[in-house]
Ligand binder design. Structure first.
Ligand SMILES: [Zn+2]
Length: 328
């Protein structure tokens, strides 16, 4: 396992002085995909006020209690046309399916939550419903992804907090790459990549800490702002114990609180689930903060990401690990 990085120094003449900037190009230790860390002290745009957007989107929100029964698309097969419930969480079909099995989990009754208002139970209840659903799926190889977009700057069309489940017969592009790379890694090392990653990173400058059965660390080659990874003791999502799911839920809420202290309000996360894949693949979880949503937010996916599949961030993983550790 190699943590490779190259540094390019760029010079600019500004105000009569030559300024040097370091650009770090980091290689993901598993996939060798590169990310660029441009360490510049640029101020992130402030969250600003978007009360108007909260109010207007609440008026038509399909996931708010007063409309969800009428508007929710239903799964005619696995869920027999029912909405499944647990705590504040409601599970129903995604009206815009991205795969053979595609669910929405509305995780909170509130239409809008500040990042510090997300509760462990919001995630835990959704994860339990997802387990119930996966348990009813037919056998065979399936790629299971769980994801969340929160607020428009993270790509979400509906503000109301919700998670999505995508279960597909075909892997997404990165899921396929992870699987091949993880298979190769297992063949060479005799164990799965993620358990060895935890062992190598533990106690190091990118290791944050633990929650129940889960280790948390900053990604060496981040795919977005403040990219953290959660690695579980139990490999397959469908069979995870309550303790394991609580470990994830607790870690997520801690990271969201941290994002809020940094002035962020939007985020994405995903699980690549290790279910039905094999010993070489362990479920792994990723979370990043997105450009704060506000009336005139900017989109942080620009040509390097869209066409080159190259992530560009402005913060060093070793720096923000130290900061999160103080709050952990
Ligand atoms: Zn709503």
């Amino acid at each position: 396992m190699e943590f490779r990085k190259e540094v390019e120094i760029s010079k600019i003449l500004i105000g009569g002085n030559v300024e040097e900037s370091a650009v770090e190009i980091r290689y993901d230790p598993l996939t060798l995909q590169t990310s660029r860390i441009v360490k510049k002290n640029i101020p992130m745009p402030f969250s600003g006020d978007f009360e108007e957007e909260i109010t207007s989107s609440r008026n038509w929100c399909p996931f708010c209690n007063e409309r969800v029964e009428d508007l929710a698309a239903r799964d005619p097969e696995i869920m027999k046309g029912e909405i499944w419930r647990r705590g504040e969480c409601l599970a129903f079909s995604n009206i815009m399916p991205y795969s053979r099995y595609s669910l929405i989990l509305r995780i909170a009754e509130s239409h809008y939550l500040r990042l510090s208002e997300f509760k462990k139970s919001h995630f835990f209840d959704a994860f339990k419903l997802i387990q119930d659903y996966i348990g009813k799926l037919p056998g065979g190889k399936l790629y299971i992804s769980i994801g969340m977009n929160y607020l428009k700057s993270a790509g979400s069309s509906v503000m109301h907090p919700h998670i999505q489940l995508l279960v597909s017969e075909n892997a997404t592009d990165l899921f396929a790459r992870l699987e091949w790379s993880a298979f190769e890694f297992f063949e060479v090392n005799g164990r799965d990549y993620w358990s060895l990653l935890v062992e190598k990173e533990k106690g190091g400058e990118r290791y944050v800490g633990k929650t129940q059965k889960t280790d948390w660390l900053a990604a060496f080659a981040p795919k977005g702002f403040f990219h953290f990874i959660g690695i579980p003791e139990e490999t397959e999502f469908a069979f995870m114990s309550d303790e394991q799911l609580e470990g994830f839920s607790e870690g997520i809420t801690r990271i969201l609180k941290f994002y809020e202290t940094k002035g962020f309000n939007a985020f994405n996360f995903t699980f690549f689930c290790g279910d039905r894949i094999g010993k070489h693949f362990r479920t792994n979880f990723h979370i990043v903060a997105r450009t704060p949503f506000s009336k005139y937010y900017w989109c942080d996916v620009f040509f390097p990401k869209l066409f080159h599949d190259e992530s560009v961030t402005f913060f060093s993983p070793e720096d923000y690990t130290r900061e999160l550790k103080n709050l952990w």
